[in-house]
Design a protein around this ligand. Structure first.
Ligand SMILES: [Zn+2]
Length: 411
């Protein structure tokens, strides 16, 4: 509740790193608190990232495990003057947020609340988001670190802590130094309901299509003028509607999604995103898109187009499948907490998907956060405690499974 009162909203329009200096206000506090509990190497770098190490207390060679979360909050709703409210012993009632009584948490809208009867629930006050995304992850990692330091009898290998900035604007891991971090495997704490574990994300490309028309004075354009705006509208009209579109797909289906157009009669730019869980399917969708544009342009011989594909991120499962112990150990930690495991696929990307391809296989663990990026964001204190337990169990499971005197292998 203390961390969410520090405004750390990131800014998608900023060109600086971090995108907003104020994110460092939380990072600085975290460094001081980490030092305060005895983690002496804790420090913040120029990007606002916090790195810290809990030294191993085991005689075994245990792989180095990193726990990671992000300090920034989403640009979707204000993160300034957040007033967290603790609703103790929730009994299933509607929760009306006092600063805007039209903001009401109801079980009918959020069925997960059913599972939280008797829990203590934290919300914001109605005018801001809460920032549980991802300060819940931050708080859980901090609490687990404190527990491990206070309990030397709990055996674990070297644990790395990483707090990043700018996750919400897609730059969370841009400046992460994997060498410096020195971890073999990682877990982001950035997921939802208690017991959930995400090992799969979309694979993602961006496509930019530039349509070049032919411009003349419109008064004398007969037989010469070719309007790029009209071609663009034909291309958009021919995109798949009942399939391969975000409006009509869910679960494991991918899509083609135009996100932006900009243009004049002479030239028009269409930006699209392509998503699928199967990386090879991106190419299939891009080929379909390209053949659609070609087919439209067949009716306009004087026009031409450019087609550029940019790789954005890849399904982390491709990496995680090569290191099955990362998921196995997480499943075991969740079950030791007495929770029911819920494997999930993310219809998007996470910092973990990029970290996985940077050499740090990194699935996503639950924190308990719900209704993120909105005024109704909420989280259960008991779910948060389960996340702390899961981190501690994970640290011990990696130690238990490490062989006496075996050497660590870096993936
Ligand atoms: Zn997040």
């Amino acid at each position: 509740m203390r961390y969410v009162q520090i405004d750390t909203q990131s800014d998608p329009l900023s060109q600086t790193h971090p995108s907003t200096e104020k994110q460092k206000n939380l990072s600085r506090i975290l460094v001081n608190e980490l030092k305060g509990i005895g983690i002496s190497d804790a420090h913040m770098n120029e990007w606002g990232y916090v790195y810290a190490t809990i030294p191993s207390n085991s005689d075994k060679q245990v792989p180095v495990i990193c726990f990671c979360s992000h300090v920034d909050t989403a640009p979707d709703a204000s993160g300034a003057n957040v007033k967290p409210i603790l609703h103790q012993h929730y009994q299933g009632q509607d929760i009306v947020l006092p600063d805007d009584v039209t903001q009401v948490l109801r079980k009918v809208d959020f069925p997960y609340l059913e599972k939280l009867t008797g829990n203590d629930i934290i919300t914001a006050s109605g005018k801001t988001l809460l920032g549980a995304d991802d300060k819940s992850g931050v708080a859980e990692i901090m609490d687990a670190a404190n527990y491990l330091i206070q309990h030397p009898e709990v055996k674990h290998g070297t644990i790395k802590i990483l707090f990043t900035t700018d996750e919400e604007v897609g730059k969370g891991v841009e400046k992460v130094d994997i060498q410096k971090l020195g971890a073999d495997f990682g877990y982001t704490l950035d997921g939802g309901e208690a017991g959930s574990l995400e090992d799969e994300t979309f694979s993602a490309d961006g496509v930019q299509i530039i349509i070049h028309g032919v411009i003349t004075h419109p008064g004398y354009g007969k037989g010469k003028l070719v309007n790029a705006l009209k071609i663009t509208s034909e291309v958009l009209e021919r995109l798949p509607k009942n399939e391969s579109s975000p409006e009509t797909t869910d679960q494991k289906q991918g899509f083609i999604h135009p996100t932006r157009i900009e243009g004049i009669a002479e030239k028009c730019i269409i930006d699209l995103i392509i998503r699928d869980f199967v990386t090879a399917e991106l190419k299939t969708k891009e080929d379909l898109l390209q053949s659609t544009v070609t087919s439209v342009l067949n009716n306009y011989p004087a026009a031409h187009f450019e087609f550029k594909v940019t790789e954005q991120y890849r399904n982390m499962k491709e990496v995680l499948d090569q290191h099955p112990q990362v998921i196995q150990n997480a499943k075991e930690a969740i079950s030791r907490c007495g929770l029911t495991l819920k494997m999930e696929s993310i219809r998007g990307g996470t910092d973990g998907s990029r970290l996985s391809f940077m050499g740090l296989p990194c699935p996503n663990l639950f924190t308990g956060m719900q209704a993120i990026h909105s005024m109704l964001e909420f989280i259960s204190v008991q779910d948060m405690n389960k996340a702390v337990e899961t981190i501690v169990h994970l640290a011990t499971i990696w130690e238990e499974k490490a062989q006496e005197g075996a050497t660590t292998s870096v993936p």
